[in-house]
Design a binder for this molecule. Structure first.
Ligand SMILES: NC(=O)c1ccc[n+]([C@@H]2O[C@H](COP(=O)([O-])OP(=O)(O)OC[C@H]3O[C@@H](n4cnc5c(N)ncnc54)[C@H](OP(=O)(O)O)[C@@H]3O)[C@@H](O)[C@H]2O)c1
Length: 251
């Protein structure tokens, strides 16, 4: 079993200026990580983390849709042992409410292609540094389509498939590839969702505990656990529940 402890490790977290990404950085600091590359599209938004982490936090400008920035990040961060692909965005669109596929393209470009760009750039670095871990932040909507975020769900389903494929391709170099499937988490992204929400700090701690235990699939909150159990027991019933929710919202 591959297990990766955060203590004394060099970590790279995409999208760390807010939300779950910020919690990954603060919790990695608390757990004794050696160095954390914290990234943001706008580096000035990392000031609070720099103040907290001092020399252990290295700020990196990174938009995962820009190949030249992904390559520059990989050139800078050749000592990374744990890559956390956390960056993500959602337009909150159903498929047919969008006038054209532009929103779906945006979501795919960040949530799927952005993760793929990062994997291509950082897989050789993880190999050089002993295998390490790649942690991909997916969503419970990777596994069942949520109509209020339909094209986002499709992009996260693509990222789930990417994660399964990377697990196969990176097996030979000893990299633990972990997929994380959260339900509603208390960040800007879920601000308008009418559900109980888990704290992003709890998600970060559970993910670090999971990779220390060599876990490949992480369901870090009660909502995600409930849906994943439903999918194991009766996948069609979960799909029909989405239909019922959609029809109820139309009334
Ligand atoms: N919150 C939830 O309920 C929930 C549930 C399931 C999965 N997730 C997933 O968890 C991850 C973190 O989301 P969150 O809840 O923390 O959302 P958030 O608060 O909206 O944060 C999203 C982060 O991703 C960054 N980002 C967006 N587009 C980017 C790009 N092109 N390049 C690089 N970074 C980019 C954002 O940077 P800017 O500040 O520059 O926009 C921000 O740092 C995402 O992958 C999301 O899909 C969240």
């Amino acid at each position: 079993m591959r297990s990766v402890s955060i203590k004394d490790k060099v970590i790279f977290v995409t999208g760390s200026n807010r939300g779950i990404g910020k919690s990954f950085v603060t919790q990695a600091l608390a757990m004794g990580a050696k160095k954390i590359y914290a990234t943001a599209r706008d580096k000035s938004k990392l000031e609070a983390l720099l103040a907290l982490g001092g020399d252990r936090v290295v700020p990196v400008e990174l938009d995962v849709t820009k190949p030249e920035q992904v390559d520059a990040a990989a050139a800078l961060a050749g000592d990374v042992e744990v890559l956390i692909n956390n960056s993500g965005m959602g337009t909150g669109s159903s498929f047919l409410a969008a006038a054209d596929p532009k929103k779906a393209q945006l979501e795919l470009n960040v949530n799927y292609l952005g993760m793929l760009r990062m994997a291509i750039a950082f897989a050789p670095i993880l190999k050089t540094n002993g295998g390490g871990a790649m942690v991909n932040i997916l969503s419970i909507s990777s596994l069942t389509n949520f109509p209020f975020a339909a094209s986002y769900s499709a992009s996260k389903a693509a990222a789930h498939s990417l994660t399964q494929g990377l697990r196969v391709e990176l097996d030979g170099q000893g990299t633990l590839v972990t997929g994380v499937y959260p339900g509603p988490i208390d960040t800007d992204m879920a601000a308008n969702l009418p559900y109980d929400k888990e704290s992003p700090d709890v998600v970060a701690v559970k993910v670090f505990e999971a990779i220390a235990a060599g876990t490949e699939d992480v369901f870090p909150d009660a909502f995600a656990v409930q849906i994943s159990q439903g999918l194991k027991a009766d996948p069609k019933a979960v799909e029909k529940m989405q239909l019922d929710n959609y029809n109820a919202a139309q009334k």
